[in-house]
Structures are given as structure tokens and as C-alpha cells.
Design a protein around this ligand. Structure first.
Ligand code: MSP
Length: 522
């Protein structure tokens, strides 16, 4: 039986079209899911949309449509962008799905019946025109932060979750499972800023709007959107407090929740407590990734510095967008994206290194051997051995990098291997060997090494650039030698294989012209 691997992304709000920052998480998670599938795991990859709450209700009102019509459109757009980026999700959940809403109601009721949720009064500062409660610290100059009018102290009935009852157990879990909050720097932040000061019970219902999951035993109350949203990770698998289905039994607990650093608190405090109260196992890992900045600034529509994944994909192709996002984002600090940098990296990694290697390797077999892959000699030079060694070391290093969510390191391992193979071309100079008939066998050995290196690259690139990887393997006609297990020996390509015609994978971009096209598209 293959080992299971359950991985999820955060579910995106359907308040607006997602920018490249939101799309990043899908690509990151997809690369990990694809790698795990290639490594033989039984993977379940979940993504979806978070569709309830006051903000979305307001957006719909402004657009003059019903909340449902509004979220249908944006959820469609989010899913379209996921597909465009090649996300291989197994399920796309929407929090407006019937089965999810029913399960959330049952979860809420169960927690109420067992007294983990209780009814009390919410005391806060209320803005009547905005129908919103605020805390003292949220006010701007003592006034409503939204409309600037005066607020008045008010009390409202609401439900609360007893976070404080679970504080000790959660602290113990975090201590005993050092990899749970990841990376380490984020863990310190959570423990010191939120757990140490002590948890206060969390208000888990609202009455000021209606666009949400109703509390089914108390009319007028709506389940707090984060309780609704977090539950997606289990409802998507068919979780039901009265007895869950097979997928839940098979895949839960999650092996990794991949989320942005801003929502770590919800995933490492509220979510585990909710699960403890339900008597369910806790996720094994929550990976809080950094954010994309536009240059050095936060991306925002009002600043006009928002980049969309589909704009880039239209001009550069889906794989180039994936590559940039995976290769450029640091492990723990924020990443920077600018159109100039995207074009630069495209030319550096994809056109000059990868594309160039593949194209010239296949072309030389075409030119010198009529496209039929020659057999290598038994004798190997130091140069050959060094290339083989680098190839064989790539997969273990890649596996290590992916298991520790260091995707940029994984990309670097691949590019460095391709650079190494380009150097091999320069050092062995096949065009010189070709001039001397006596060196024909040596020429065959060199070209075999190059095409076998292309095969390694085709396999290794699978999780990162699936279309490109498939195209490389097609061009060299790799046959069955396309799985990760085939990378444990250097020699998977069968001599005598008829290679296909090389076609440029990544043509070198003219920066000015490309930037202009990208700006016009955006
Ligand atoms: N709906 C919540 C998540 C609920 S999960 C149960 C939410 N949605 S979001 O649309 O605002 O964000 C979706 C994901 O995108 C989050 O993980 C968030 O951190 C991430 N990002 C938002 N802006 C980002 C960047 N600029 N860069 C990288 N990731 C970004 O939060």
C-alpha cells in the first residue's frame, strides 16, 4: 500500500480576482504534490475558495448582484487561474458547497452541546451605520475605522469557543512536535506573541450580516467565517461529526497545510484547538510561506502595482511563471517580483541554460548521428564520471530540499546540473571531435552523456515545469525511463533510440519588447 500524503493550500477569498501572490501558494503546493506522486505517495491535494463573510457581502452589494452570483463569478476566475497554472488538485472545495455548509453546522452544534462553545455577550464599540463592532485598538482617532463616525459601547449576544481550556494541551503539542509550526522562526513568533500572553475565548458567531453558514439552532446567528473556512480541510474529505467517510479515514491528518505567514495564527492556534475539541488528530505540519512584494512594496490595487498570473502566463507561458515563483522565493524572507526580474530570470535560467542545453544536445545527435542515439564506450573520462556523479546526486538533494519546503533550493539544484552539462559541452567540444573520424566513438560517448543528462532534467523538472518536462522527454524519446526510480542509474536512455526534432523550448526574450507586451497585457 502506498503511503498517503494529504496537502492543502489556504482557500482564497472570493472578494476579488487573485493576484500573483495568492496564486503562488497553488504553484508551490502543486510542485510538492507532483513530486510526492512521482515518489509513489498516494497524494490528495486540496484547494478551493473561502466565500462567506461580511466583506464579500459588501462587495456583492457594491457590484449590485447577489452574494451567490458574486462568489460564483470570482470562484470561477480563481479556479480558471489554478487550471491555467497547471495545478493538479484532487478536489476544489467551495465553502458555499452544500455538504460543507451542513458539516459546519454539525461541527458547531457538537461543540455547543459538549460546552466547548457557549453563549454569552460580546462587548465592544459599535458603529451603527456600518453595523460593526470594533475593539479600542482598531479605532482611528477614536472613531470608526471604516466611516470615521463616532462609535458607542454596545453589547450583543454571541457564541464563544473556549480556547483557554486547550491552551496547555496545545503548548504541549507544539513542544513535542517541533516540525508542526514551520519554519522555526514562525514558531517562535506564534508561541511568544500569541500563546505565552494567554488565550482568550474566541467569538465564533456574528449577527450583523447574513452571508454565511447559519447557526441552525439559533436564528440570526452566523458561524464566524474562520470556523467555517478552517473546517474545509476536513469537510472536503467527507468529515462528519456523526461518522466520517472513507477519504477522511484514509487521508486525515493532513501532512501539510501550506499557507501564507499572515494566517499562521488561525492555523496553529484556532484550528488545532477546534480539532482537539472535536476529538480529531492534529495536522502534522503547517508551513507558513513568505509573501511576494512588488519590488519592495506590498502589492495593492490602489497602488496600481498588482501583477496577475494570467498576464504573465499569456506572454511567457505557464511553466515560466511557475519557474519564477518557485525559483525566486526565499525560504523565510519575503520575495520580490518585478516584470524586469521575471524576464531576466527567464533568459538566465530557461533560455540560456536549460533550453540551450537541450536544443544543442539533440541537434548534435541529429547532425552527427542522423538523430540515432549512439552507445557510450566502456571507457569513461574523468569529465564523464564527474557529470554522471552530479546527475546521480541530484535526486537525493532534490528530495531533501522538497521535504523541507525549500523549493528555490530544489530549482537551483536542477539549474546547476544543467549548467554543469553545458560546461561539459564546452570542455568536450563535440564539434572538434566530429572533425576526426578516429574520435567517432568518443563523440558518441559525449553525446550519449548529454542526452542522458537531458533525460535526467526531463524527469527532475516534472514537478516544477510539467509541460516542459514532458516536452523534453518527448523530444529525446525517453520511452519508459521517465520515473524517479530511473534516476538511480546513469544509463536509462537506450542506445539506438531515434530522437525527435529539437524545437526551442524557451526562445531568448528581448527585454524591452517583452516588458512592453507584459505592460500592455496587464
Ligand atoms: N480565506 C483566507 C484563508 C482561509 S484558509 C482556511 C485568506 N484568503 S486570501 O485570499 O486572502 O489569501 C490566500 C492565501 O494567499 C493566503 O495563504 C495568503 O497568505 C496568501 N497571500 C496573500 N497575498 C500574498 C502575497 N503577496 N504573497 C504570497 N502569498 C500571499 O487568507
Amino acid at each position: 500500500m502506498p503511503q498517503k500524503f494529504y496537502i492543502t493550500t489556504a482557500i482564497a477569498y472570493t472578494s476579488r480576482k487573485p493576484h500573483i501572490g495568492n496564486s503562488y501558494e497553488i504553484v508551490l503546493t502543486d510542485a510538492i504534490a507532483r513530486f510526492k506522486r512521482m515518489a509513489g505517495f498516494d497524494v490528495f491535494f486540496l484547494t478551493g475558495t473561502d466565500e462567506h463573510g461580511q466583506k464579500i457581502e459588501t462587495c456583492a452589494k457594491e457590484a449590485g448582484v447577489s452574494p451567490k452570483a458574486y462568489v460564483d463569478e470570482i470562484a470561477g476566475e480563481i479556479r480558471r487561474i489554478c487550471d491555467l497554472l497547471g495545478a493538479s488538485y484532487d478536489k476544489f472545495i467551495r465553502t458555499t458547497d452544500d455538504y460543507h455548509e451542513r458539516a459546519v453546522q454539525k461541527i458547531f452544534k457538537k461543540l455547543y452541546e459538549q460546552d466547548d462553545i457557549y453563549k454569552s455577550n460580546y462587548k465592544g464599540l459599535y458603529c451603527v451605520p456600518c453595523e460593526s463592532f470594533f475593539t479600542e485598538s482598531q479605532l482611528v482617532d477614536g472613531k470608526c475605522p471604516d466611516c470615521g463616525r463616532a462609535v458607542t459601547p454596545a453589547t450583543e449576544e454571541a457564541y464563544f469557543l473556549r480556547l483557554s481550556n486547550y491552551q496547555e494541551r496545545l503548548e504541549k503539542y507544539i513542544e513535542e512536535n517541533p516540525g508542526f509550526i514551520y519554519p522555526e522562526s514562525r514558531k517562535r513568533e506564534m508561541v511568544n506573541n500569541f500563546l505565552k500572553p494567554g488565550l482568550q475565548d474566541l467569538c465564533v458567531s456574528r449577527t450583523s450580516f447574513t452571508w454565511g453558514v447559519p447557526v441552525d439552532f439559533d436564528e440570526g446567528h452566523i458561524v464566524y467565517v474562520w470556523i467555517d473556512a478552517l473546517s474545509n480541510y476536513i469537510t472536503a474529505l467527507g468529515y462528519n461529526p456523526d461518522g466520517s467517510g472513507g477519504d477522511y479515514k484514509k487521508y486525515w491528518p493532513a501532512d501539510a497545510h501550506v499557507i501564507g505567514k499572515d494566517i499562521l495564527r488561525f492555523h496553529t492556534i484556532y484550528w488545532p484547538i477546534l480539532l482537539m475539541a472535536l476529538g480529531e488528530e492534529l495536522p502534522k505540519k503547517v508551513f507558513g510561506h513568505p509573501w511576494w512584494l512588488f519590488g519592495e512594496d506590498k502589492m495593492s490595487k490602489s497602488k496600481g502595482n498588482v501583477i496577475y498570473a494570467d498576464t504573465l502566463a499569456d506572454v511567457l507561458g505557464r511553466d515560466a511563471v511557475r519557474w519564477y515563483l518557485l525559483a525566486e522565493m526565499p525560504h523565510a524572507q519575503d520575495g520580490s517580483i518585478t516584470l524586469e526580474r521575471v524576464v531576466e530570470r527567464y533568459n538566465a535560467d530557461l533560455a540560456n541554460v536549460l533550453g540551450n542545453l537541450i536544443q544543442r544536445s539533440i541537434s548534435m545527435v541529429g547532425k552527427y548521428f542522423n538523430g540515432v542515439l549512439p552507445a557510450p564506450e566502456r571507457e569513461r573520462t574523468l569529465e564523464d564520471a564527474a557529470l554522471e556523479e552530479t546527475a546521480l546526486a541530484a535526486l537525493p538533494a532534490l528530495e531533501n530540499a522538497i521535504d523541507s519546503f525549500r523549493l528555490a533550493d530544489a530549482c537551483e539544484i536542477i539549474v546547476n546540473f544543467a549548467k554543469r552539462a553545458n560546461k561539459y559541452v564546452d570542455k568536450t567540444a563535440p564539434w572538434v571531435l566530429a572533425k576526426d573520424e578516429a574520435l567517432r566513438a568518443r563523440l558518441g560517448t559525449v553525446l550519449y552523456h548529454l542526452i542522458e543528462s537531458c533525460r535526467f532534467l526531463g524527469v527532475l523538472l516534472g514537478p516544477f515545469m510539467p509541460q516542459t518536462a514532458a516536452e523534453i522527454l518527448r523530444q529525446i524519446n525517453a520511452g519508459a525511463a521517465v520515473g524517479l526510480e530511473s534516476l538511480s542509474t546513469f544509463g536509462g536512455m537506450a542506445p539506438g533510440t531515434q530522437l525527435g526534432e529539437p524545437s526551442a523550448l524557451f526562445a531568448r526574450l528581448k527585454p524591452e519588447e517583452t516588458l512592453e507586451r507584459l505592460r500592455n497585457e496587464g
